[in-house]
Ligand binder design. Structure first.
Ligand code: AMP
Ligand code: ZN
Length: 474
């Protein structure tokens, strides 16, 4: 097996990956909280996880991936304060919590699929696993890691030797100060870092979903779901646990605390965290008002795979800034790639030696801390290589097992829609040109530019000439 490395947050360094069972990987990824649409920042996290999983598969591993859907218990602060996100979502839309959960789960997977992600092998909503949560809380109480206070069950973090497992000593001090200064104080907690495993009393009494439990009617805390759902489907050990960097503290820290206290042994050796997508005003977040989704980008004329390329061109550990200008650049690159692939002839024999050489380079890039930007550079190199078209096409297909940009699918569609062949496309372009002329006449240049960009995202460039507007393929 090729050497495969990525940054392990637990060790704070790039590490060589060795699963527990040779050739097999059990991987858990925290799923969405379905009280609102997933924004393109959330989707960045899922694209980079998809790239990790497909890279492991490219390297020869057999991967089983489990993901939860948070449909209960996640409060507006990641600590145990604030309003329940699902209840707030239901109130906002005058619907029931389950209606909200269904609607936003469907919306999430529409965008998740559109950007070329493969669905996890197991997808489990938290509300399916209440009996497992109750069992874990019972065991934690029995083992002395939990206590009941004011009607709620809390995890006692003072029982652990090292609670802040992800942090250096300097970071630990900062976190301690941060937790101490947290605005809202829960007087039931013995230690500031203790967290709720099961609520029966919370400051909001209108909790819609409640279940019987040994501690009274109530509902689970947020963190418990990931520990239980992963163990239900992957057993006592997982190889890799993924999330965005905001999940490191407190969510993943608390997951480790309760899982290892419950199991009595180490639970997961490798933690993969991807960095955030920011916009001009900072971290993109669902609670910040207007939510930019992949579906919205699509309505604006961008192919969701252009957004995938935009993400893959940047390293997962770096923050990424979103702007339409950056996305337009990705659209132009995507269209050029599709055009190049559409020009290849399908006849000829694949040169297996050249193919293997490029595949080895590609594998090196993705196995080296998931260097997707380098993998794309190797794709460009392969397209320019001194070899025949059949070999280049075979390489495009091979690399697409990880990149999932559907370059050949789009190239075939483009070839099919050659000028003069597709009357529908021609009619669409002429209609867009007419709309743009109207907008320009009305001095609505923003709309005129948006129409030009819409065409560009479909691989069509328009030019204003003395003879009128002409179009060509990008
Ligand atoms: P949520 O639905 O809020 O629970 O988030 C789903 C996933 O998206 C989590 O793994 C978060 O860490 C991640 N996430 C949240 N905000 C961002 C962002 N701005 N950029 C990238 N990932 C994010
Ligand atoms: Zn989680």
């Amino acid at each position: 097996m090729n050497r495969f490395t990525f940054f392990n947050t637990l060790k704070r360094e790039v590490e060589e990956f060795h699963p527990r069972e040779e050739g097999k990987v059990g991987i858990y990824t925290c799923g969405p909280t379905v009280y609102h649409f997933a924004h393109i920042g959330n989707i960045r996290t899922y694209i980079m996880q998809d790239a990790l999983i497909k890279s492991l598969e490219y390297a020869g591993y057999e991967v089983k991936r489990v993901m939860n859907i948070t449909d209960v218990g996640h409060l507006s602060s990641d600590a145990d304060t604030g309003e329940d996100k699902m209840v707030a979502g239901a109130k906002r839309e005058n619907k029931t919590v389950m209606e909200i959960a269904k609607f936003y789960t469907d919306a999430f997977f529409k965008d998740f699929d559109a950007v070329g992600n493969k669905r996890p092998d197991v997808i489990e909503p938290a509300t399916n696993c209440i009996s497992e949560f109750i069992h874990m809380v019972e065991v934690l109480l029995e083992k002395g890691y939990a206590y009941v206070a004011g009607g709620n069950v809390y995890f006692d973090t003072s029982k652990l030797e090292d609670y802040y497992v992800f942090s250096s000593s300097v970071e630990k001090e900062a976190l301690e100060v941060g937790v101490r200064d947290d605005v809202e104080e829960d007087v039931n907690k013995k230690n500031k870092t203790d967290f709720v495993l099961w609520f029966t009393k919370s400051k909001f009494e209108d909790q819609a979903l409640k279940w019987e439990s040994p501690w009274g009617v109530g509902y689970p805390g947020w963190h418990i779901e990931c520990s239980c759902i992963s163990m239900k489907h992957l057993g006592e050990y997982i190889d890799i646990h993924c999330g965005g960097v905001d999940n490191i503290f407190p969510h993943h820290t608390n997951e480790i605390a309760q899982s290892e206290a419950y199991l009595g042994h180490e639970w997961c050796k490798y933690w993969f965290h991807s960095n955030h997508l920011n916009d001009q005003s900072g971290k993109m977040s669902k609670s910040k008002g207007a939510i930019l989704t992949v579906s919205v980008l699509q309505e604006k004329g961008y192919d969701p795979l252009v957004y995938r390329l935009f993400c893959l061109q940047s390293h997962y550990r770096k923050p990424l800034v979103f702007s339409y200008e950056n996305l337009d650049n990705a659209a132009a690159s995507y269209n050029k790639l599709v055009k190049r692939v559409s020009e290849f002839k399908k006849d000829g024999e694949v040169d297996e030696k050249v193919k293997a050489d490029y595949e080895a380079k590609f594998l090196d890039a993705i196995s080296n801390d998931l260097n997707t930007a380098m993998a794309i550079t190797i794709l460009y190199d392969a397209l320019k290589a001194d070899t025949n078209d059949a070999t280049k096409l075979a390489l495009v297909e091979s690399f697409d097992r990880v990149l999932s940009l559907d370059l050949t699918g789009h190239a075939n569609a483009l070839a099919y829609a050659a000028p003069g062949v597709d009357a529908e496309l021609e009619a669409y372009i002429q209609e867009a040109i007419a709309r743009r002329a109207e907008a320009k006449k009305a001095k609505d240049f923003a709309t005129a530019d948006a129409i030009r960009d819409e065409l560009l995202s479909k691989g069509i460039v328009i030019k204003d000439t003395r003879e009128g507007v002409v179009w060509s393929r990008a």
